[in-house]
Design a protein around this ligand. Structure first.
Ligand SMILES: Cc1cc2nc3c(=O)[nH]c(=O)nc-3n(C[C@H](O)[C@H](O)[C@H](O)COP(=O)(O)OP(=O)(O)OC[C@H]3O[C@@H](n4cnc5c(N)ncnc54)[C@H](O)[C@@H]3O)c2cc1C
Length: 392
């Protein structure tokens, strides 16, 4: 997608969820995309591309809304700014969106629970794009059921000693700082997990394997073998790690929906362009009513998903209300919708739709993992249902 980074049309910024400052962020993102910074980067080497993308976004100030300043209050991070950044970046370049998201997700728990020293040491470097950040929660036997994690951190004098593995870790192998969640055993299940900052040169830390996926991103399994870190690298209270992970995910969950929207809007625009230019049966593809029905569905479903996404972000930012249910509705609707919209776009392109190098082909691969990570669609449905069934 990088070689054809395009600026998204943002009529939706007139919706009542937004303030003038969001329009300013939108314009800054457009200038960044139009500067050609994304197109200059060779995306074939994803490790190198991510480093360069993060550096370019840091220099342009694009990361400022996703990574808290060391003295800032992380709870005031503006979800709408993150969402509109991800929607715009995903529209232009899937890898840029991924790199943006990881800087926020990888540093969120540090901003929320880190000591002043840790925040000062890490956040400015992540915010400027000098360092890459990662969020290490999942394990082979603890994905959706994350509280089943078995990676341990044992207190030993002024240190913790970490043993175990984490897998599916985005930026694994290239990150300069990892937020790690491990079992410290204060209580069974979720209440016995703490969060830590780990650096790649900590003794006993290694990359067990790199993982290839359909839409290439840096991804790895991390191994900890008697990995010793100072206790001052714990984030928040002992046993408070799961809460920190959930607080971080709460800030970013609606933004997965926004990334899906960016992919969907790009697919819709590509489909529209193709429908107008592809001649067949003495007309254009777009003159055929079956195509018009598909386009009508694609546009309507995308806007419906966008309304749910920005409602969740607005409710968190402005109403300061819990958004567990709203973010879950947004994530499940936007990711499932985007998959359908992109699939229709691929269909409209015919053979070209599955040809490597076509935008819709890469969108088809990019969207798939979003329906799985940060809570699969099934998990989001359960979150919505449990919230509905809660005694009030
Ligand atoms: C590209 C990519 C990037 C990732 N990046 C990170 C990262 O940076 N950090 C990190 O910690 N993790 C990351 N993950 C891991 C991701 O969060 C997990 O893959 C996800 O939580 C699902 O866990 P799992 O793969 O073990 O699948 P499982 O937990 O085995 O689930 C398999 C499937 O079961 C279904 N399912 C789940 N729960 C239920 C239920 N209650 N009822 C019925 N069906 C259900 C869902 O369809 C789900 O997809 C990433 C994953 C991918 C694919």
């Amino acid at each position: 997608m990088s070689s054809m980074a395009k600026v998204i049309r943002r009529e939706w910024l007139d919706w009542p969820f937004f303030e003038p400052r969001h329009r300013a962020i939108g314009s800054a993102l457009d200038r960044f995309v139009q500067s050609g910074a994304l197109d200059k980067i060779d995306h074939n080497d994803v490790d190198d591309a991510c480093r360069k993308l993060v550096r370019a976004m840091g220099e342009a100030g694009v990361l400022d809304c996703a990574v808290a300043a060391p003295e800032g209050d992380a709870t005031t991070i503006d979800s709408r700014s993150i969402c509109l950044s991800r929607e715009s970046l995903a529209y232009a370049d899937g890898l840029a969106d991924f790199a943006f998201a990881m800087q926020g997700l990888g540093s969120g728990a540090i901003a929320l629970g880190g000591s002043v020293e840790l925040r000062k040491a890490v956040l400015p470097k992540v915010r400027s794009g000098e360092w890459l950040a990662a969020f290490a929660l999942s394990e082979k036997e603890a994905g959706s059921d994350v509280a089943a994690m078995s990676c341990t951190a044992r207190a030993d004098g002024d240190d913790y000693v970490i043993d175990g593995e984490k897998t599916w870790i985005s930026n694994g192998g290239i990150a300069d700082v990892y937020t790690l969640f491990a079992r410290t055993g204060e209580a069974p299940g979720a209440r016995g997990i703490s969060a830590f900052v780990v650096f790649p040169d900590d003794p006993g830390f290694s990359i067990a394997e790199r993982i290839d996926v359909v839409a290439p991103h840096p991804l790895a399994t991390l191994r900890f073998t008697g990995c010793r870190i100072p206790a001052s690298r714990r984030l928040g209270a002992p046993g408070g790690g799961f809460k920190l992970a959930m607080q971080t995910l709460d800030i970013f969950r609606a933004s997965v929906a926004a990334a899906a929207l960016g992919f969907a809007r790009r697919a819709l625009d590509e489909a529209l362009w193709h429908a107008k230019s592809r001649h067949m049966f003495g007309a254009t593809l777009g003159d055929l009513q079956l195509t018009q029905a598909a386009l009508g569905d694609m546009a309507t479903e995308t806007d419906a998903a966008a309304l749910l996404t920005y409602r969740a972000a607005w409710r968190r930012d402005v109403q300061k209300l819990p958004t567990t249910r709203e973010a879950a509705m947004a994530k499940l609707t936007a990711t499932e919708t985007a998959q359908r919209v992109i699939d229709r776009a691929v269909q409209m392109f015919g053979g070209r739709g599955v040809r490597k190098g076509e935008i819709v082909e890469s969108l088809y691969r990019e969207i798939r993992a979003l329906r799985i990570y940060e809570g699969a669609t099934e998990v989001q449905k359960l979150i919505v249902a449990r919230d509905l069934l809660k005694p009030r």
